[in-house]
Design a protein around this ligand. Structure first.
Ligand code: NAI
Length: 293
């Protein structure tokens, strides 16, 4: 029989994958007094992630949102490791590795071997089916989608995705936890792209078609959406920020999930990913950037 999952019992959180999203997720958990264990494949990636968290905390101190002491205490609550076994002490494991079903599945199989049977597993996937990932975890009732937005310490929204078997207790505990993180959770059922990306990505994909067909320039397409629709950022700037590989992976999932041609990925998007022009993280996407982040 399964025990009731209580949000107060979640004191240590393992975050698997320390890239763009993982370092932000560890940051918000540590800032809200949880111990965060950051797991990735190499020490190099882990030290880059800790450097990014330190930079982001310093920015919060400068803006007087937190004090120097808060920043120091947050960093002290974060530990790093390349050994997934170290995730064994967590009451919650949040996966934020590449948007690839096989990679994510092998992470959940690995976590199932080292974590307590009561530990809740969450995926930060942008679009992969939660129900399918849940089956690989061996604990589909204690599995949920926690879709944070980028940059995690700044963005308030979190989509909480129920898989077919996600229990009411798991959902309630993770909703309470999301509120404690200072986020606004939204309940979503498990359909391709959930809500955020089902609406956002076809818009970005359409903007890439407009570039490919020479409808207008990259800058002007962004200007139309910024000044015409009051979007804070144009779709191509946003695509660079998210990562073009991530955008392509989400379009593939939408296309695969619905088998509807309106979700076909734009060939130019695919070509840019093949070229390694992934956006801000590689210094080049629709725009060029001096500093890779
Ligand atoms: P990223 O490429 O910046 O980071 C992925 C990290 O996972 C890398 O540090 C990599 O070394 C690590 N990793 C890969 N395989 C691993 C393994 N077997 N064990 C341990 N670590 C491993 O990717 P990003 O952008 O952080 O995306 C992560 C997830 O978050 C994806 O599922 C993505 O769809 C989702 N997401 C991304 C958003 C974005 O704006 N970039 C927004 C919301 C969700």
């Amino acid at each position: 029989m399964s025990h009731l999952v209580n949000v107060d019992d979640i004191k240590t959180v393992a975050v698997i994958g320390c890239g763009t999203m993982g370092n932000g997720i560890a940051h918000v958990f540590a800032q809200t007094k949880h111990n965060a264990i950051l797991v990735d494949q190499s020490e190099e990636r882990l030290s880059k992630a800790v450097a990014a968290i330190s930079r982001n905390l310093a920015r919060q101190v400068k803006k007087e949102k937190i004090t120097e002491d808060d920043s120091k205490a947050t960093l002290e609550r974060i530990t790093t490791t390349t050994n997934i076994k170290d995730a064994g002490s967590a009451q919650l494991a949040v996966e934020a590795v590449f948007e690839d079903k096989e990679v994510k599945t092998s992470i959940f199989e690995g976590l199932a071997n080292v974590c307590d049977s009561q530990t809740i597993f969450a995926s930060n996937t942008s679009s992969l089916p939660i129900t399918q990932l849940a089956s690989a975890s061996g604990r589909p009732d204690r599995f949920i989608g926690m879709h944070f937005m980028n940059p995690v310490p700044v963005m308030k929204l979190i989509e909480l995705i129920r898989g077919v078997a996600t229990s009411a207790e798991t959902f309630e505990a993770i909703r309470d936890l999301s509120l404690r993180l200072g986020k606004t959770p939204v309940e979503v059922n498990d359909y391709p792209g959930f809500v955020a990306n089902r609406i956002l990505m076809p818009m970005i994909n359409e903007a890439v078609f407009a570039v490919m067909e020479g409808v207008s320039s990259v800058e002007d397409i962004d200007t139309v959406m910024k000044l015409g629709m009051n979007h804070p950022m144009g779709p191509l700037t946003l695509a660079d920020f998210i990562g073009l590989d991530v955008c392509l992976a989400i379009m593939e999932t939408l296309y695969d999930g619905f088998r509807d041609s309106k979700y076909r990925p734009c060939p130019l998007l695919r070509k840019m990913v093949h070229a390694g022009y992934l956006g801000r993280k590689t210094g080049r996407g629709f725009y060029t950037y001096e500093e890779k982040i």
